[in-house]
Design a protein around this ligand. Structure first.
Ligand code: NDP
Length: 453
């Protein structure tokens, strides 16, 4: 039995039965049985069903928002944005079934025709930080391409995934196409990675578990897409609009209490404006509104658990260079205040490991070469920002940063229409945009001989 807790109050909000590896096998069998039927649904009918699903999610928006906010402790405004993106994601991929086109390639003696075919049963394993949003990035393209799936939410945040399963059924998605299994990663997740009837696993979570999934998938040569950790940098050059960069910096790292793989948890600042930047950053951090997630004003809620708070706190020992610290409520809830460490060396633990909490390391650099070197001096490569008023510099630096996504004078990381994913140990593959469909289809190449005899 899983006790589902509200991290802002520490109250138990739900009890859920915990699934085993055998329950996972049963869900995989249901998905396997449903696959041929779903694969063969006419593209226009599949598109219609996905549009209907997007509408059904929209009709349940308020309930999903409340559940996500309570289960993760996230501010209600953030939960609204996330559920809106879930709805948008299903709306976007509802356009895909009718646009999964192949090529016609004339060759000697005939012609080759390619088809984009679904993989079969896919296993989707997601974390607790953006539960339904991250799941939707996988579920929507998987369904659009004609796959069936088994989704494993994190055990601590299963509520919106279970609601989704019900909403999909009510919207007319055929039985067995959508399956949600709540249980521990070591059993349910590992089983999905190893099961011979699962054609692919799409995972978001820690780099450590990503490695295990890749190893588990190797036995049956499963396709894997992995969206893993990050240690992304914001590069602030002396020619930047410093006020804009400082005003945007807190949300870039404290959003979702820093429990965000795209968090810009390193801020690299050119030494000539280092002190000016910190002066501007101070009020922005101190004014960041931490508190009751149900208030529309709140910008940051608690961390997910007591254990996780302990891990985050370990990055701020007694002698840590705490330059700025915001506030956090007393009393129940896994609170931790927004914290700025400065100056930090890129070799320090706070600059090297993913903290996954509201703690940011500010690191000085001399010139563009050093900024690029420091930004790339990490095992990760997921996201990042460049703050400068020089367009030429912005593009020059963007090309040299080893990262899957980077934004200029902005903290944007994800949009439904554009590819998202990591380089280096931040992952394999891309989600969102048209590119995601490549990871849920195989290309079949058919040769038709047109010469007689
Ligand atoms: P995990 O990577 O352990 O969890 C992510 C998902 O994987 C959960 O559903 C989990 O299940 C499942 N899982 C765990 N072990 C296995 C396994 N052996 N095989 C298959 N699936 C498994 O992340 P944590 O929740 O433990 O967080 C630890 C750290 O990971 C964070 O502090 C952060 O640094 C990083 N992280 C990064 C995320 C990102 O978005 N890139 C998201 C979450 C965490 P369950 O938890 O139910 O057992």
């Amino acid at each position: 039995m899983v006790e589902v807790i509200n991290p802002a109050t520490e109250e138990v909000i739900e009890h859920i039965d915990s699934a085993t590896a055998e329950d996972t096998d049963a869900a995989i069998a249901r998905a396997k049985a449903a696959f041929p039927g779903w694969r063969d649904v006419e593209p226009s009918d599949r598109a219609r069903l996905l549009r209907r699903l997007a509408e059904a999610l929209d009709a349940e928006r308020e309930k999903l928002v409340r559940l996500e906010s309570q289960n993760v402790g996230k501010p209600i405004a953030s939960a609204q944005g996330e559920i809106d993106m879930v709805i948008e994601t299903f709306g976007y991929y509802a356009g895909a079934p009718e646009r999964l086109l192949g090529d016609t390639i004339p060759v000697s003696g005939g012609v080759n025709i390619t088809f984009r075919e679904p993989l079969g049963v896919v296993g989707l394993i997601v974390p607790w930080n953006f539960p339904l949003q991250i799941a939707s990035w996988k579920m929507a393209p998987a369904l659009a391409a004609g796959n069936t799936f088994v989704l494993k939410p994190a055990e601590v945040t299963p509520l919106t995934a279970l609601e989704f399963e019900r909403i999909a059924r009510d919207a007319g998605i055929p039985e067995g196409v959508v399956n949600v299994v709540v249980g521990p990663g070591s059993q349910v997740g590992q089983r999905l990675a190893e099961h011979p009837d699962v054609a692919k696993v799409a995972f978001t979570g820690s780099t450590e578990v990503g490695r295990k999934i890749m190893a588990g998938a190797a036995e049956t040569i499963k396709r894997v897409t992995l969206e893993l950790g990050g240690k992304s940098a914001s590069l602030v050059f002396a020619d930047a609009d410093l006020e804009a960069a400082a005003a945007a910096a807190p949300a870039a790292v404290f959003d979702n209490a820093g429990q965000d793989c795209c968090a810009r948890s390193r801020i690299l600042v050119q030494r000539s404006v280092f002190d000016d930047f910190l002066d501007l950053l101070q009020p922005a951090v101190e004014d960041f509104r931490v508190g009751d997630p149900m208030s529309e004003e709140t910008e940051m809620g608690p961390l997910i658990s007591a254990d996780h708070r302990e891990k985050v706190a370990s990055f701020v020992p007694e002698d840590a260079p705490v330059a700025i610290q915001g506030s956090a409520p007393d009393g129940p809830g896994f609170w931790y205040p927004p914290t700025v460490l400065a100056p930090v060396s890129n070799d320090d633990r706070a600059a090297r490991e993913e903290i996954f909490g509201p703690v940011v390391a500010v690191i000085p650099f001399e010139d563009e070469e050093e900024a690029i070197r420091l930004a790339n001096d990490t095992i990760y490569g997921l996201s990042g920002s460049i703050w400068t008023t020089s367009g030429a510099r912005a593009l020059r630096v963007a090309r040299r940063i080893e990262t899957g996504v980077i934004s200029i004078n902005s903290n944007t990381s994800v949009r439904v229409q554009t590819p998202f994913g990591g380089m280096k140990q931040s992952g394999v593959g891309r989600e969102l945009g048209p590119h995601a469909l490549d990871y849920y289809t195989e290309i079949k190449n058919v040769y038709l001989a047109t010469e007689e005899g």
